[in-house]
Design a protein around this ligand. Structure first.
Ligand code: ADP
Ligand code: ZN
Length: 614
């Protein structure tokens, strides 16, 4: 009688040390083992790697993983080896000797997993060799790279389709965290997939908290955020290279060792800085969006946007780099609507009409998102066509962890402001016969003495100067509220000029009351709110001292082994240890993230540290 092959449950526990599958992982693994093609759409941190790593361990032959991120391959291979799974990669970073050695080992089937860049995969010698290497599964990671609609199109990805012809019977899995239907369709068509099993997980990131605050004193605001993240890793995104360097200097002057990162640095320097970050030797990176794709560091605890991101999708991707390990992490956007004008300037220079209108719409949606008083999480998910749901499937309109949920915006009486604003808009239009931009309406309301006002004679209007009691900023906020409520509109076809709508005119006549949201406030969270935020994003209590000592041990061990600390154990595992305090190996083995191999390698060390703390 043959012994039963180990179940996938067993492998999950034994190799990975995980007690349960995450959402969709089991179904994906089962589809692959049944021989189907699979399209897996899971958010960042959703556990995509396990979806092909586990079948790779179960299957007889070799699993091919195509990834565009050469810098990440070593990391993945290190992680696999820490789990006791023989894995390797072939790419241009290897010296010829080493390359040949690996090639020979592959030929004698010494590995279970092979990571390849797309251009390496489609080389003729590679394709020929793979024929003899018993390929049983093909995984295409970051599959959105194949689509021009994705956020990171790479031409080489188009070539990968040839493997589908070369290996018609090998199941293929495409994985991505990009969920739009255009990208989805492109992946299936362009990779020549057989009609795939499609698995779409929720894009909610329950452990992330979102906060948008007006940018008033950025440095001070950033320092406050940093003060609640001592010793933790984070990314600060800026719009320009110059800004990253200025902020780096300002933070250094405050004794905070931050590192700038942008495309203007040469490749070696970029790699060096990225490596320092990954190895926990530099905690804070001040970066343009050039930084991110290749970062799978699981314990990024905060992402700050110093400037306005490009659109909601980028905001989601960039904040998404926080908290891959599932622990509570914070996303703060310092919002200044003035950033939008810079973006508008670039948008207005776009020659292609379609491109122009898509970009303007994206920017408008983003501004709406920033200024809205609704739950951030609900809005983000709504943007991706998803309804925010609780554990038992009922739809929810509050997450309890974002700024709008924690400190709901006050409702204020906007009647007078609306009357002033709308009549000013109408008077200008009556007097001049044309409509003007928002900025000018506000200038007239505030009685500004400037060239346009004089040129058009607008100081003669009865509404000139009737709104001096509000700042320019407040008026901008009110105007957006009036637009949101349908009393006024901006015409994107005509330089965003402001007009009163029929509803606005009716409102003026009716003299009815109007309630609006108060402007976004620069409030710091109270301690109580901060605690609620943490609870809502899944924080648990643990022994902080023990956790700190475990991290020290991990840093030393990682340095000795020449791998990033998170390859040894994730923070989530160390926190679980610091909570449960297991004092023998068998209890330790029940902690999530402690598989057989890691127990054998590190169990005794850990027990000594844990016992030392009693
Ligand atoms: P993605 O590629 O989808 O962003 P990863 O594959 O990097 O996500 O996984 C994110 C983290 O979650 C990893 O640290 C991984 O070890 C962990 N993880 C994956 N699956 C599970 C699971 N079933 N239980 C606990 N942790 C898991
Ligand atoms: Zn919320």
């Amino acid at each position: 009688m043959h012994p039963q092959p180990p179940g996938i449950e067993d492998i999950l526990k034994r190799h990975f040390g995980f007690q349960a599958f995450r959402s969709h992982q089991r179904e994906i693994v089962e589809s692959l083992l049944a021989g189907d093609d699979v399209l897996a759409l899971l958010p960042t941190g959703g556990g995509k790697s396990l979806c092909y790593q586990l079948p790779a361990i179960v299957s007889e032959g070799l699993t091919l993983v195509v990834s565009p991120l050469i810098a990440l391959m070593k990391d993945q291979v290190d992680s696999m080896e820490e789990l006791g799974v023989p894995a390797t990669f072939l790419n241009s970073s290897l010296a010829p000797d080493e390359f040949n050695r690996r090639w020979r080992d592959l030929a004698r089937q010494a590995y279970k997993i092979l990571y390849l860049a797309p251009e390496r995969l489609v080389a003729q010698d590679m394709l020929d060799a793979l024929k003899d290497w018993n390929v049983r599964l093909i995984a295409v990671d970051e599959a959105h790279c194949i689509s021009e609609w994705g956020h990171d199109f790479r031409r080489e990805y188009r070539e990968i389709a040839v493997v589908r012809q070369r290996f018609p019977d090998v199941p293929l899995i495409a994985l991505t965290a990009t969920a739009t239907s255009r990208v989805r369709d492109d992946i299936v068509t362009l990779l020549n997939m057989k009609p795939p099993r499609v698995h779409v997980a929720s894009f909610n990131r329950p452990n992330l908290s979102y906060r948008i605050v007006p940018r008033t004193e950025p440095l001070q605001q950033i320092l406050t955020i940093l003060s609640s993240h001592r010793g933790e890793s984070g990314i600060i995104y800026c719009m320009t290279r110059k800004r990253t360097e200025e902020l780096e200097a300002e933070l250094k002057a405050q004794g905070i060792p931050a590192l700038a990162y942008h495309a203007g640095l040469d490749a070696d320097e970029r790699a060096r800085r990225q490596d320092l970050f990954i190895k926990d030797q530099a905690q804070i990176i001040v970066a343009t969006i050039a930084f991110g794709m290749g970062i799978h560091k699981p314990d990024v605890r905060f992402v700050i946007h110093h400037d306005l991101p490009k659109n909601i999708e980028s905001y989601y991707q960039e904040t998404g780099r926080a908290g891959r390990d599932g622990l509570p992490s914070e996303c703060v956007l310092l919002y200044n609507p003035a950033d939008a004008s810079r973006q508008r300037y670039f948008i207005d220079k776009m020659a292609d009409e379609h491109e122009h209108s898509v970009a303007s719409e994206h920017l408008a949606k983003l501004l709406e998102f920033c200024e809205s008083a609704l739950c951030r999480r609900v809005q983000l998910l709504h943007y991706f066509g998803e309804i925010y749901q609780g554990l038992d499937g009922e739809s929810l309109d509050e997450c309890g962890a974002c700024d709008n949920c924690l400190t709901p915006r006050a409702r204020i009486d906007g009647t007078l402001a609306a009357q002033k604003f709308l009549s000013c808009v109408l008077r200008i239009q009556q007097m001049s016969g044309f409509s003007v931009g928002l900025r000018h309406v506000i200038d007239v309301l505030r009685g500004a003495d400037n060239e346009k006002v004089r040129k058009w004679g607008h100081q003669a209007l009865s509404t000139f100067g009737i709104g001096r009691e509000h700042s320019q900023r407040e008026w901008t906020h009110y105007a957006r509220e009036f637009i949101r409520l349908g009393l006024a509109r901006q015409d994107p076809e005509r330089f965003n000029v402001v007009e009163a709508t029929d509803a606005g005119k009716a409102f003026l006549k009716s003299r009815s009351r109007l309630e609006i949201n108060s402007p976004l406030m620069s409030t710091q969270l109270t301690r109580k709110e901060r605690e609620q935020q943490k609870t809502m994003t899944g924080a648990v209590s643990y022994d902080q001292d023990l956790f700190a000592r475990l991290r020290d041990w991990r840093r030393r061990t990682a340095t000795e082994r020449g791998v990033p600390p998170y390859v040894i154990f994730h923070d989530s595992t160390l926190q679980a240890i610091a909570r449960e305090m297991p004092t023998n190996l068998s209890d330790l083995s029940r902690i999530a993230g402690v598989g057989e191999r890691k127990l054998a390698n590190y169990g005794d060390d850990l027990i000594v540290i844990i016992r030392g703390s009693n």
